[in-house]
Design a protein around this ligand. Structure first.
Ligand SMILES: Nc1ncnc2c1ncn2[C@@H]1O[C@H](COP(=O)(O)OP(=O)(O)OP(=O)(O)O)[C@@H](O)[C@H]1O
Ligand SMILES: [Mg+2]
Length: 279
């Protein structure tokens, strides 16, 4: 699978001397769902800001579709049509008076005509369930509503890669489910999705591939089934094991499941493994 985004030996130090990335090399395969995990301060957001050129590596390079990023105005404008990012903090993204204006801003800047803009905006509002908020001033929105508007404004740009920095943090359980379902839908439309999350259950069930960052370095990578069964990696990265794997291991230990039972990816697969009680 070709890499749509690559980081090669990327180093980045903030002006106050914090070494946020200390030589990060990783690639994002096209069309896949990638989770980036790591404790607070590991460097996830800093890495994400490199993926659409907001930050520039001090050493190393970022590649999009096999081409090294250029940082002139036109190249960045083009890159951002391909790579959209939903920031961790929605307040840092919202600056328009109303929800409708906010989501229209990007598509209008692309030079699309009014009809095309409106159709994209409507689609994005429907996908994120915020059509009823379209005339509301963005500064009156709740946190979860702001998050949805931020997502909608990126969706309306129709980028091939969407980067979500902690899309489910502080959301209520129903919203989390809806956002995860939305991520699934977007991915089925052949888009590449990269997300960071502290929710190991989401990362485990959702991702095709996982990277683990700690102190500005990649310390683990692999399919979630591999990464989350690596106890020493989890400990080093301050991650916990997803509950599905805890229950799966417990059931095996107690003899309810054969030791050869396949590793379940989600709750439905786990329940499927448990045999019916024989009378
Ligand atoms: N603007 C900044 N100026 C100085 N240091 C910064 C800045 N932004 C981030 N850092 C530092 O860079 C390191 C990496 O931060 P980053 O925000 O990338 O981590 P993260 O993995 O996204 O963490 P979190 O899970 O808390 O979102 C941290 O030590 C942080 O304090
Ligand atoms: Mg962050």
């Amino acid at each position: 699978m070709a890499a749509i985004l690559e980081a090669k030996a990327v180093k980045f130090t903030y002006p106050d001397g914090t070494q946020a990335l200390k030589g990060v090399t990783l690639d994002i395969p096209e069309g896949k769902k990638i989770a980036v995990l790591g404790s607070n301060g590991a460097g996830k957001s800093t890495l994400f800001l490199h993926f659409n050129g907001i930050l520039r590596p001090q050493e190393g390079d970022i590649y999009f579709a096999g081409t090294k990023l250029s940082y002139n105005h036109n190249a960045l404008k083009k890159l951002r049509q391909h790579v959209g990012i939903v920031f961790q903090d929605p307040d840092s993204m919202l600056f328009s008076a109303s929800v409708l204006q906010e989501i229209s801003f990007g598509p209008l800047n692309l030079g699309l005509d009014r009809g095309q803009v409106l159709s994209r905006v409507q689609k994005a509002m429907e996908a994120t369930g915020i059509t009823n908020l379209k005339d509301k001033p963005t500064h009156f929105l709740s946190y979860g509503q702001k998050k949805r508007v931020a997502i909608a404004s990126v969706l309306a740009m129709e980028p091939e890669v969407i980067i979500f920095d902690e899309p489910t943090a502080y959301l209520d359980p129903k919203s989390i489910k809806e956002i995860i379902a939305l991520l699934e839908t977007i991915n089925q439309q052949d888009k590449t999705i990269v997300l960071s999350t502290h929710d190991v259950d989401i990362a485990y069930s959702w991702a095709d591939y996982t990277y683990v960052l700690a102190q500005g370095q990649v310390i683990g990578k692999g399919k979630p089934e591999e990464v989350f069964q690596n106890a020493s990696l989890l400990e080093t990265a301050d991650l916990t094991r997803p509950w599905i794997l805890d229950v799966y291991e417990g059931l095996k230990k107690k003899g309810w499941l054969p030791v050869t039972a396949p590793v379940p990816k989600n709750k439905a697969e786990l329940l499927e493994l448990i045999p019916c009680k024989s009378n």
